[in-house]
Design a protein around this ligand. Structure first.
Ligand SMILES: [Zn+2]
Ligand SMILES: [Zn+2]
Length: 372
């Protein structure tokens, strides 16, 4: 017979052994959870690394295209009664800013439009400008959409061409197109026509026969600086300039019949050709890239950013120097590249940075639909 004390000791032994088993099983569970979480974290990190690498090594920020801060009404800053003026159809960059179309502008002289660059949304940009300024409608008669001058063949400046050409025909325009641009423009236009052959044939032979004569395009490739086009409304001059690896690219100078002069520099930093285009211009439309927020640039790593910003784009202090040297009268910022983090982003942040770098008034940060 076991004594009461022996029974008590046995019970305690059982209890301890049960507890040890429970602790062992809980420990095993905890270990599993820890290992599983570790694997998840590793997978997540690998995914992040993959995403970052695919964007060129920098964290992708969308500050420039977040809707907040970015929407503002267009303004008419042209002198009252001016017979010539310029309209911003697209003040944007390659980033998908929902309020800024791709780079695209138009000079209207004596009521006739001359387009400069044709970025994403240029076709729709005309409507947007007309909604803001009803009187502009007269400047965009379908049969006057004829002349286009391309600064360079980067896609953000040209991706709107198929729309600008083909939708005009689809809507019944009878104007043939005259497209001026650097070497490569002719091949681009031929390829655009080939790519939309089915649609063009439908316009020619389909039910609507919206373009009985066909889509007619004449391209003029520019080689040298100087006068490239003239009629009773305008004289257009082209000047070679620098924009990274894009060898053939031009700034344009429009001398209008009423004496007003407009310059469009396209992308690139200050150089003799760009200064010639802007010399004493009434209004110069010039790109600019932030230097202060360059560390936040989304599409390149530090070394690439150094190269790109030194070889492709205009910094605020260069812009200040260019403004002074060219004698331009009114500066309009376009193609603004401001990569401030979302929490610091301001629509006018780059304009302020330009002023800190020495850019003088009058200078404006443009929005789509502005008139100058
Ligand atoms: Zn560009
Ligand atoms: Zn470019």
């Amino acid at each position: 017979m076991l004594s009461k004390v022996q029974i008590y000791i046995l019970k305690i032994k059982n209890m301890v052994s049960n507890m040890a088993k429970k602790i062992a099983s809980i420990s095993a569970m905890i270990l599993c959870v820890v290992i599983f979480s570790g694997l998840l974290a590793l997978a997540d990190e690998q995914q992040t690394q993959q995403r970052v690498t695919s964007l060129g090594g920098a964290e992708f920020t969308l500050s420039e295209n977040l809707p907040q801060n970015n929407n503002t009404a267009p303004t008419n800053r042209a002198p009252k009664g001016a017979k010539s003026f310029a309209v911003v159809l697209g003040a944007g960059t390659p980033l998908p800013n929902p309020y800024k179309m791709g780079p695209s502008f138009v000079v209207v002289s004596n009521g006739y439009p001359y387009f400069i660059d044709c970025g994403e949304g240029a076709w729709r940009g005309m409507s947007k400008a007309c909604i803001a300024h009803g009187w502009l409608t007269n400047s965009f008669d379908l049969n006057t959409l004829k002349y286009l001058f391309i600064t360079h063949l980067h896609c953000d400046h040209t991706v709107g061409i198929p729309s600008w050409v083909l939708n005009a025909y689809k809507c019944g325009s009878k104007a043939s197109k005259e497209i001026y641009g650097p070497k490569g423009t002719e091949a681009m236009m031929k390829n655009i026509m080939a790519a939309w052959k089915i649609d063009i044939n439908d316009m020619l032979y389909g039910v609507t026969k919206s373009s009985k004569k066909g889509v007619t395009i004449a391209t003029h490739e520019i080689d040298d600086d100087g006068l490239i086009y003239q009629d009773k409304n305008v004289k257009v001059y082209a000047y070679r300039k620098y924009h990274g690896n894009i060898k053939d690219n031009f700034a344009y100078r429009f001398e209008c019949e009423d004496g007003r002069i407009f310059a469009f520099t396209g992308d690139g930093f200050s150089c003799p050709g760009l200064l010639q285009a802007c010399k004493d211009a009434d209004v110069a439309f010039v790109e600019v890239m932030s230097k202060e927020n360059i560390a936040d640039v989304p599409w390149a790593n530090k070394a690439q950013v150094e190269y790109i910003t030194h070889n492709y784009h205009m910094w605020p202090e260069e812009l200040a120097l260019m403004q002074k040297e060219s004698g331009l009268k009114k500066l309009v910022l376009i193609h603004e590249q401001n990569f401030a983090p979302v929490e610091k982003y301001s629509r006018l942040g780059l304009l302020e940075e330009c002023k800190r770098a020495g850019v003088k008034e009058p200078v404006f940060s443009s929005v789509d639909g502005d008139v100058y």
